[in-house]
Design a protein around this ligand. Structure first.
Ligand code: XUL
Length: 508
């Protein structure tokens, strides 16, 4: 029996899913939370709190320790030796800075050192900027003119210079810490860093995640020499090569074999970003399905034919791991903002939140709760309220309505009508929240039986790349929609259209 492992390292934790390729079913799910499992490390939400000037960094060694814990937990329910292929999904844009000899660390004797002890001496930047970082506005402004302006950068790389993207992050580091920059020999994305650990060798970056760097020529799937030159000196030498998402990087690292009981024949497949992985895990890697993922960030994405870029410069085009491209809209204030509203209203859990939502009248007001500075639209933290004033616990409904309307408004450029919406991510399990998305998008909402779409997509990529299994066969059983489809209430359409117009005007 061949089993494959999908590993998703997201903002707040690591999820592992083991899939049996013969029955095409999930046989094990394991999770480690950076805050919950490592309370003494001071990252309650997975990143270092209190960054100044928009800086949001995380500790790459916490990721490494969490990876080990996740693998130990996995071995409590599944024999790791039965896993024949593994692929990684990683939070996009985050980057890890290492010296040129870090591969020697990867080959260290696993019986003598922990994985993080082996990596630590090779880090040239102790912390990793992640997708929530907003400290690079100056770098975006420097990169843009050298490449012919924002729209030229978007047509070359798929996105205008974007503060959370890796290129501007690299530019800031090289500019402010030239000595550490000079010592840096390798820059990895989260997905390629974790894949390197699993394979015990320097892994490539796939064209799906690579597109989130403002460094890749999206049409050709190669590093753009002009973007590299505009970003930082000597950058070409410091980046891994680019690869398609179906490439095998190599067999499992000695580490995985000796410490975690994997088979030496287990194949490690190239990693990808969490959104491209989720596209696969939702069965949406061919054009036609629109996915909304409600996680730490709320995202809307869809596979597209050809490449389309957002004229407003807020949305993105990435590589689709199964070929072609995908569009993506990312809103930074997702689950942490919902959580803040829930706490503010004194609602003890999500059932109480759903009850409060159902007790309020729909489509009367919308409140966009921005706990942190927002990226879509670009706006300082605070609340944007339109429609009738919101009183008391009605805020629960108005806040989710605000989030859904904001995503609807900022995804119009994709011009793919959502015949139906596939909802995923933690909050998607809440029926009251799913109903709001059905009503705002005026489309039936389905959820999949398996909710960890990024880890699932990684496992499916491992099965396709490792065993040549037909994607359609995996999709038929793994991406089956939950029978409970939520239908839109058509009568609410005019009121939501009016609120969307008011929200748009409030942003102008
Ligand atoms: C996408 C983005 C986020 C992260 C979250 O551009 O920044 O969705 O991938 O993990």
């Amino acid at each position: 029996m061949a089993r494959v492992l999908g590993l998703d390292l997201s903002t707040q934790g690591i999820t592992l899913l083991v899939v049996d390729t013969e029955t095409a079913s999930v046989v094990c799910r394991t999770r480690v939370g950076f805050g919950t499992d490592f309370p003494d490390r001071g990252h309650p939400n997975g990143f270092i709190p209190g960054g100044v000037g928009g800086e949001v960094h995380a500790d790459p060694l916490l990721w490494v320790d969490a990876l080990q814990l996740a693998l130990d937990r996995l071995a409590e329910s599944v024999n790791p030796a039965s896993i024949a292929a593994v692929a990684v999904s990683g939070q996009q844009h985050g980057s890890v800075y290492l010296d040129a000899t870090w591969q020697a660390g990867l080959r260290a004797d696993p019986s003598r050192r922990s994985w993080s002890d082996a990596v630590r001496p090779h880090l040239t930047r102790p912390t990793s900027p992640i997708w929530m970082d907003g400290s690079t506005a100056e770098d975006c402004t420097r990169i843009s003119p050298a490449l012919g302006g924002d729209l030229a950068v978007a047509s070359l790389t798929g996105s205008v210079p974007t503060p959370r993207f890796t290129g501007p992050q690299i530019s800031r580091f090289a500019r402010l810490q030239p000595d550490a920059w000079a010592r840096t020999g390798r820059i990895h994305l989260v997905s390629s860093f974790i894949t390197s650990l699993l394979a015990g060798t320097d892994a490539p970056i796939d064209t799906g995640d690579g597109a989130g760097m403002n460094l890749m020529d999206l049409d050709r799937g190669v590093w753009s020499p002009e973007s590299l030159a505009a970003t930082a000196p000597d950058l070409a030498r410091k980046l891994p090569r680019l690869a398609r998402a179906n490439e095998i990087v190599g067999p499992a690292a000695r580490w995985l074999v000796m410490r975690h009981g994997f088979s030496p024949g287990c194949q490690v497949v190239v990693g990808s970003g969490d959104n491209p992985s989720s596209l696969v895990g939702m069965g949406a890697s061919r054009p036609g399905r629109v996915v909304v993922s409600l996680g730490t960030s709320d995202t809307l994405f869809a596979a597209i034919a050809g490449v389309r870029t957002d004229p407003a410069g807020l949305g993105h085009a990435f590589g689709n791991p199964m070929g072609g491209a995908m569009s993506l809209v990312c809103v930074r204030n997702g689950s942490l903002a919902r959580e803040a509203v829930r706490r503010e209203l004194g609602l003890s859990d999500w059932d109480a939140f759903a009850h409060a939502m159902r007790s309020a009248a729909p489509a009367r007001s919308a409140v966009l709760p921005l706990e942190q500075d927002e990226i879509t639209p670009r706006r300082a933290a605070g609340r944007v309220a339109v429609g009738a004033p919101v009183v008391g616990a009605a805020l629960a409904l108005a806040a989710v309505e605000g989030q859904a309307l904001n995503l609807r408004l900022h995804s119009r450029w994709i011009s793919t009508r959502a015949e139906s919406l596939l909802l995923t991510g933690g909050a998607s399990e809440n029926d009251a929240i799913a109903q709001v998305f059905a009503d705002v998008f005026q489309a039936p909402v389905s959820r999949l039986v398996v909710s960890d779409s990024a880890a699932l997509g990684a496992a499916m990529r491992a099965a396709v790349a490792g065993f040549n299994l037909p994607l359609a066969r995996l999709e038929a059983s793994l991406c089956a929609p939950d029978p409970g489809v939520i239908s839109p209430r058509l009568s609410l359409a005019p009121a939501y259209a009016a609120l969307e117009a008011q929200l748009s005007a409030a942003f102008a």
